[in-house]
Design a protein around this ligand. Structure first.
Ligand SMILES: Cc1cc2nc3c(=O)[nH]c(=O)nc-3n(C[C@H](O)[C@H](O)[C@H](O)COP(=O)(O)OP(=O)(O)OC[C@H]3O[C@@H](n4cnc5c(N)ncnc54)[C@H](O)[C@@H]3O)c2cc1C
Length: 403
């Protein structure tokens, strides 16, 4: 790499925090910090609005966080509002779970294409005062000095530059460069998933529900049809990496099976037309092996392996961890004491560890037709059990009060 030309390291140009990645995790962290008066720089390799491969499903718990960021008006009336989740088992019938499933979170979710959601979140962070560098790829961290990482190296418009920050936040997704450079990522396939999705038009019977299809023809994968608008749906399949390694699963073939050979989904998808290429991405789930803090560096969202291992839902956790990371860094900046950062991994442990552990076990041992069909047969007939299952899947316990 060529020598850095621009060097921003004078004390008065040192940022309080540099956030690598401007997805939901990065923007939530930035909002939390700038709202407390700190100087924040966000750096993203893409230029927004940009595509992000995702199911686009926003769960009530994520809606709560988005409203907390002041985005109620931005979402209401503009994007598809969802009333709950429908689970279709091949031999188990249909289980319909309506939000808020007996929890204290909002009674609705949304489906918002990530191209739009992430741009809205970034605009919010910018409006609050975050500085943003788009189209700049972070290529490395500056060498450790006195137990701290003094900043990052980024490539912007063909120029390499060093950016100095007192704290560094890795919000750079599942392939996190920050996490890798700090030795914080684990590649244990038990905690890694992979999914593909595309937008389709002409899907029959697009509803106001997120539709999940754990159908026999695609086991151990699970498929989804999420309504984007009256005519378009986000359609995809995903599974855990260890399942693929064991059975040599081909994702594109699974998607074709989902659209052609399943009992319930195929009836809706057979005539549908893809609006884009089928594209895939990795997920890091269940806090698997990842560590969220070293020195003055914190990881949030997917970089910290914070996707729900059962539902594959990660926006909730990116938003929540971003907020807590911001609050923790703010405390460390106020107190001039880095050891306060220890609070952040403890919050994650306290909030998520037990649930993620149970979720990882559940998806490993119970994700098969012998369990899923009888379970969904039962929940389809006993709505109270359906609510309980919904709360478990979405990690919305009755005792979880929105904060
Ligand atoms: C197919 C699929 C479907 C999914 N469906 C859902 C769903 O329906 N609902 C849900 O809640 N979750 C879903 N998820 C999970 C969800 O997408 C993630 O959990 C969420 O995007 C995590 O947000 P983040 O901010 O941590 O990371 P990201 O959204 O991945 O953002 C990371 C950002 O960092 C930037 N970046 C990366 N490297 C660098 C670098 N070196 N320099 C500068 N910038 C960099 C990227 O450009 C990106 O903008 C799905 C995931 C997949 C793969």
């Amino acid at each position: 790499m060529e020598e850095p030309r621009a060097i921003i390291d004078a004390m008065n140009e040192q940022y309080d925090a540099i956030i690598v990645g401007a997805g939901p995790g990065g923007s939530a962290t930035a909002c939390s910090l700038v709202a407390r008066g700190f100087r924040v720089l966000m750096v993203d390799k893409e230029t927004f609005p940009r595509e992000k491969i995702c199911g686009d499903g926003i769960a009530p718990r994520a809606v709560h966080s988005l409203y907390h960021l002041g985005l109620r008006e931005e979402l209401a009336g503009r994007f598809k509002r969802t009333a709950g989740i429908r689970f279709y088992a091949t031999h188990g019938g249909l289980t319909e779970v309506r939000y808020p499933m007996g929890s204290h979170f909002p009674d609705h979710g949304y489906v918002v294409p990530r191209r739009e959601l992430d741009a809205i979140l970034l605009a919010r962070a910018e409006a609050l005062g975050a500085e943003v560098m788009q189209g700049c790829r972070v290529t490395g961290l500056l060498p450790e000095k006195g137990g701290r990482i003094p900043g990052v190296v980024a490539e912007c418009g063909g120029e390499a530059m060093e950016l100095a920050g007192r704290f560094i936040i890795g919000a750079d997704g599942p392939s996190s460069l920050v996490g890798k450079e700090m030795g914080l990522l684990s590649d244990n396939p038990l905690y890694m998933g992979v999914s593909v999705r595309c937008y389709m038009s002409g899907v029959k019977g697009v509803s106001d529900f997120l539709e999940i299809y754990p159908e026999d023809a695609i086991t151990p994968s699970c498929g989804w049809i999420f309504p984007v608008d009256e005519k378009t749906a986000n359609v995809g399949v995903g599974f855990m990496l260890y399942a693929r390694e064991k059975r040599k699963i081909n994702l594109n073939r699974v998607f074709d099976d989902f659209a052609q050979r399943t009992r319930h989904a195929a009836a809706k998808l057979r005539e549908a037309k893809p609006l884009c290429k089928l594209r895939g991405a990795m997920l890091r789930v269940g806090m698997g092996g990842a560590t969220s803090r070293r020195a003055n560096v914190l990881l949030v969202g997917d970089a910290a392996s914070l996707t729900n291992p059962i539902s594959g839902e990660g926006i909730t956790y990116a938003l929540e961890s971003g907020r807590w990371a911001g609050e923790t860094v703010a405390a460390a900046l106020h107190g001039g004491d880095d050891s306060l950062l220890d609070i952040y991994p403890r919050i994650l442990e306290w909030k998520y560890r037990r649930y993620f552990y149970l979720g990882t076990l559940a998806i490993r041992y119970f994700n098969n037709p012998y369990t899923v069909n009888p379970l969904l047969f039962t929940t389809s007939r006993i709505p109270r059990l359906g609510d309980k299952m919904g709360r478990f899947l979405m990690n919305c316990r009755r005792s979880d009060y929105p904060q």
